[in-house]
Design a protein around this ligand. Structure first.
Ligand SMILES: Nc1ncnc2c1ncn2[C@@H]1O[C@H](COP(=O)(O)OP(=O)(O)OP(=O)(O)O)[C@@H](O)[C@H]1O
Ligand SMILES: [Mg+2]
Length: 399
């Protein structure tokens, strides 16, 4: 049975229990409610079990009202999945509504995968899923709205003020923390598979939030011996320019594929270039400049003055992430540690990125070194996603 056909029939809310589980609903809300968990049958041949917790199920009518009947003036973008609208819910919450287009390549299965994944991952550097709509033959995803658009938009010069180096470093650190959380704290771990500048969104305070888990696959779970078999897939997913060359060749997905992609994003942050432009590849271009000692020739002039030692270290880290060989790339934990150590090297005057940057958890580091300059970038104790967001670790006041 088809999911949407199930949903269209009133029996959907009454199927209790289903053979492999049950549907529990809170029917106190007349038009929408929270689904505790349920099982969905796709076809006679396949059964998909989805657990959804705390994610709101919107009606088509509610989506229509939020967007003034999907008025073109509320449209903020378009991606492979479909159009994206800015909506205002009945309670005043501003949201981004992703409306699946007919014949969208990302089908029903990805729709449900995204809901399921997002409903159980929560981190300040990941875009929150507020709810979804599967009604009247339509599918939509409802996210928190990011008023400063995507990192790609910011780097393309669409915003009035170009990002300073400190802001770029902060965005890099936030994005890395979000991905680290997916790799180390999500259970089972999640590899994003489509990290790119247009999937890093910025909120009103320019806090970076990683978006779009529709392409994610759950990472393999270790077997009895503790060995983790690399995920082998027949289909390579991702975006040209960001795609890990080893994953492309072998179809083996590892955490280092996301490391490669975020490395490309770091290069974009430093140079303002696109991953591929006029037939040139950003990794190759920056590698050539680096090898010939010309790194400052590729740095984005729009960021104004910057501490050259920090820029050099950030660029060297970005290139390490983009090594062809998987093993030569750092892990996300190492990436976060190194970015933190670069942050600590910044002159204090440069690190006032927001009004309350001293209290900004974005730049709270994982351990407090005795000196404000970290000599060894690996001094931090073991980094994990939860430590990074707990707020327990004190913020370092930069020198
Ligand atoms: N949560 C959000 N808040 C504000 N704007 C958003 C949000 N999500 C998406 N957008 C806007 O919608 C646009 C399209 O997003 P979408 O994820 O559909 O496509 P994409 O990331 O550009 O490409 P792809 O289809 O490969 O994912 C984005 O570029 C952004 O401008
Ligand atoms: Mg996207």
């Amino acid at each position: 049975m088809h999911f949407s056909s199930l949903r269209q029939k009133s029996e959907f809310r009454e199927i209790i229990p289903y053979s492999k589980g049950e549907i529990l609903t809170n029917s106190t809300h007349p038009s929408s409610y929270y689904v505790t968990w349920f099982h969905v049958v796709f076809s006679a041949a396949s059964t998909i079990s989805i657990k959804i917790d705390g994610v709101k199920d919107f009606t088509y009518e509610e989506m229509k009202l939020a967007t003034n009947n999907f008025n073109v003036s509320t449209q903020v973008g378009q991606g492979g999945y479909g159009k994206v609208y800015k909506g205002i819910l009945a309670d005043g919450t501003v949201v981004a509504i992703k409306r699946a287009q007919e014949g969208s390549l990302q089908g029903e299965k990805e729709f449900l995968t995204e809901i399921e994944l997002l409903s159980r991952v929560h981190h300040r550097n990941l875009v929150s899923l507020i709810g979804y709509c599967d009604d009247e033959g339509e599918q939509m995803l409802v996210y928190e709205f990011m008023s400063n658009h995507t990192l790609r938009d910011q780097l393309s010069g669409k915003s009035k003020e170009p990002l300073s180096f400190a802001m770029r470093l902060k965005i890099a650190l936030g994005s890395a923390k979000g991905i680290l959380y997916l790799h180390t704290e999500a259970d089972p771990p999640i590899f994003h598979r489509d990290i790119k500048a247009s999937n890093i969104l910025l909120d009103s305070k320019l806090t970076a939030k990683v978006a779009d888990f529709g392409l994610s696959r759950l990472a393999p779970v270790p077997d009895m011996e503790g060995a983790v078999a690399a995920h082998v897939s027949t289909v390579v997913r991702g975006t040209p320019g960001y795609l890990d060359p080893e994953y492309f060749l072998t179809h083996k997905l590892t955490d280092k594929s996301d490391v490669y992609s975020i490395g490309v994003v770091f290069l974009e942050l430093l140079t303002g270039m696109q991953p591929i432009s006029h037939g040139k590849n950003i990794v190759r271009e920056v590698t050539v400049a680096y090898s010939s000692g010309m790194i400052f020739s590729v740095i984005d002039e729009r960021m104004g003055s910057y501490p050259s030692d920090c820029v050099e270290k950030f660029l060297s880290l970005a290139l390490k992430c983009c090594q062809e060989e998987t093993d030569a790339r750092p892990s996300m934990a190492e990436v976060v540690r190194q970015l933190e150590s670069i942050w600590l090297m910044m002159p204090q005057s440069d690190t006032k990125t927001t009004e309350s940057s001293d209290k900004d958890p974005e730049i709270a580091v994982t351990s407090q070194p005795s000196s404000s300059i970290v000599k060894n970038p690996y001094v931090s104790s073991d980094v994990s996603g939860s430590e990074l967001v707990s707020g327990v670790v004190p913020t370092i006041t930069p020198r």
